[in-house]
Design a protein around this ligand. Structure first.
Ligand SMILES: [Zn+2]
Length: 202
């Protein structure tokens, strides 16, 4: 889920902050945003429009090299944003597929590989986004920043874990509610709803 990806980025940011604390918190924030960024395509070509497992990785390598040679707030922020976005895009292949009920494991689409022009199949090490193991990962990723940071950063990290917990509880009921809502909408109105929002629901 998005919060797990953001927290994975924060772990990268925490490591860099421990090495270069004088760069401040901006690189840590950039890492969190980079971890979150690909999922902004949720409503438009999810896991394809802003997910670039190959290109983000290819961009992250020189950005990390530049930041290692010349660690400033700006170079570290750029490197961490790209590294966290690459990590997100690549790690989506280890989760579930794109279907409405990913816990059924019927989709063969995890994330799009623009370089090879094909969908990468889900490995389901984490069965689906919002699964208990997804929450366990989020908890593990929250430990380093909570130990290292105080104040607002620590509060935001704990907040992200809380949001994750609520999402995990609601993950399956949300789908059931959406199915009932769509079933209750008259057919002539459903025709006006974009196909991809109702396809799996009917
Ligand atoms: Zn994603």
């Amino acid at each position: 889920m998005a919060t797990t990806h953001a927290l994975a980025g924060v772990v990268l940011g925490t490591v860099v902050w421990a090495l270069v604390p004088e760069a401040g918190m901006l690189p840590v924030l950039a890492a969190a945003l980079g971890g979150l960024f690909p999922d902004f395509d949720l409503y438009a070509g999810h896991r394809k429009t802003l997910h670039f497992p190959v290109y983000f990785s290819a961009l992250a390598v020189p950005a990390v090299a530049i930041a290692a040679l010349n660690p400033t707030t700006a170079t570290l922020a750029v490197a961490l944003f790209l590294a966290a976005a690459a990590l997100h895009s690549v790690s989506d292949m280890f989760g579930g597929g794109l279907e409405l009920k990913p816990w059924l494991g019927t989709s063969d689409r995890a994330v799009y590989d623009h370089w090879n022009d094909r969908w990468i199949a889900p490995k389901r090490w984490v069965r689906y986004d919002g699964s208990p193991e997804d929450l366990a990962l989020a908890l593990v990723f929250a430990v380093p920043p909570v130990l290292v940071f105080d104040g607002i950063t620590e509060t935001i990290v704990i907040g992200a874990v809380a949001v994750s917990g609520v999402y995990v509880l609601l993950r399956k009921p949300m789908v059931a509610i959406a199915e009932r809502l769509v079933a209750a909408i008259p057919d002539h109105l459903v025709d006006h709803v974009p196909e991809r929002f109702v396809r799996d629901l009917r």
